[in-house]
Design a protein around this ligand. Structure first.
Ligand code: GLY
Length: 405
């Protein structure tokens, strides 16, 4: 039986309220894993095998991880990263990235970079060619050009049309105003239009996608990106047979963000953290929440103090929940996935919610000689909810719909 979106959310809320934090399987992973090994967000799956071969043949751990994340950066059809990334509210693509090289204990980072596709490589250049750790905005762009990166238009025609669709739809409903963390925040349910009116708006949105020239096969996906602005990102950590470890994270950030908004991805200790003595962790999901718990650093420190990768990741998720005192009315609007790799090869993937939808669970891609995608361990059943809140979304447009995959 298929769960409806609302069933799922209600299940999640009920179980969370009843149990506080749901019991998690205790990690069996006090045991070491295999080396070499690479773990990454699932949008890196297609690039993992060749990067793993490079690592196995003696390639540097950071260069191996960068080979993975460069794939989605170069891909115009991946609208979460690099070329084709969904833009800010003004229609401009702004990218964030960072990296940490375990063996030399160095880091580099760039935030809010326009017109440069491979910001992950620029973050490495900051690490190698400057005395700084982080460059942002125009300075970072000029630095990238000085390092030989070409300026190019990152806004693909498809992403531009999706942005136009979003702008029209949200013309009176945007990211300005108090966020979820504001003590005076109220769920927008009071202001919901009548269900019929909402259904009518959804259908018009779909029709308008067609009028804007979005290809028929991509129209429903475009509607989904308007209704559920993604925070797509890619992280990768790599560990070689000598025990050297590195990590990197890159993103176009939250779709339709305010210009200048920087998320967790370029923040050393939030979107990525690597310590040669302990391990590496990275994050995808609600950047604002992850910055507040310094997620990747928290996880690595947890492992330093003896926690398994799974427990270390779950603990960071608990801190996000704690920041909202377990208020599921707010927590349902955020999501987070952590990718955790310990220096001995043990690893874990953990998520706040089970997936993007009932049939599309969060996954971690792993290569330790065998390439695979594994479903993450989730703290709560179900999927996070769209923000702003919408009720009575027609089934064919609901986030749980197979049709929108
Ligand atoms: N985690 C990506 C972002 O929030 O920007």
């Amino acid at each position: 039986m298929a769960f409806s979106r609302r069933d799922f959310i209600q299940t999640a809320i009920v179980s969370s309220v009843a149990l506080g934090l749901p019991a998690q399987e205790k990690s069996a992973s006090t045991l070491p894993g295999k080396r070499p090994i690479m773990v990454c967000a699932n949008n890196g799956y297609d690039y993992l095998d060749s990067a793993f071969q490079f690592l196995k043949q003696g390639g540097d751990t950071l260069d191996a991880a960068l080979r993975v994340v460069k794939g989605p950066e170069d891909d115009p059809n991946d609208d979460s990263v690099g070329l084709g990334g969904l833009p800010n509210e003004e229609g401009v693509v702004e990218l964030d990235a960072c990296c940490m090289h375990g063996p030399t204990r160095r880091a580099g980072s760039v935030g809010g970079v326009r017109n440069i596709k491979n910001v992950s490589l620029v973050s490495k250049a900051v690490m190698e060619h400057t005395g700084h750790v982080m460059l942002v905005g125009e300075g970072a762009e000029r630095f990238a050009v000085a390092m030989g990166h070409p300026r190019e238009n990152l806004l693909t025609d498809r992403s531009r049309k999706i942005w136009l669709l979003w702008k029209e739809y949200h013309s009176s409903n945007d990211w300005w105003g108090p966020g979820l963390a504001d003590p005076h925040w109220k769920a927008p349910s009071d202001a919901l239009p009548h269900a019929d009116l909402m259904q009518d708006r959804m259908r018009k949105l779909h029709q308008r996608a067609g009028e804007l020239g979005i290809e028929p096969e991509f129209r429903l996906a475009a509607v989904r990106r308007v209704l559920f602005p993604p925070t797509g990102t890619i992280h990768c950590s790599a560990l070689n047979d000598k025990g050297e470890i590195s990590g990197c994270t890159t993103t176009s950030g939250l779709a339709y963000k305010l210009p200048g908004r920087v998320g967790d991805s370029p923040i050393i200790g939030a979107g990525c953290y690597t310590d040669q003595d302990v391990g590496s962790a990275g994050a995808t999901g609600s950047g604002e929440e992850n910055i507040k718990v310094a997620g990747a650093h928290t996880i690595v420190e947890n492992m330093r103090h003896g926690m398994s990768p799974l427990d270390a990741g779950m603990d960071a998720l608990k801190r996000i929940v704690r920041n909202y005192n377990g208020d599921m009315n707010r927590i349902r609007f955020m999501d987070m996935t952590y990718y955790v790799l310990r220096k001995d090869g043990a690893y874990a993937g953990v998520s706040l919610w089970q997936g993007y939808s009932a049939t599309n669970p969060h996954k971690i891609a792993v290569h330790d000689g065998t390439l695979r995608a594994e479903i993450t361990v989730a703290m709560f059943k179900g999927s996070s909810q769209e923000f702003p809140l919408m009720r009575d979304i027609p089934p064919e447009l609901s986030k749980d719909s197979e049709y929108l995959k």
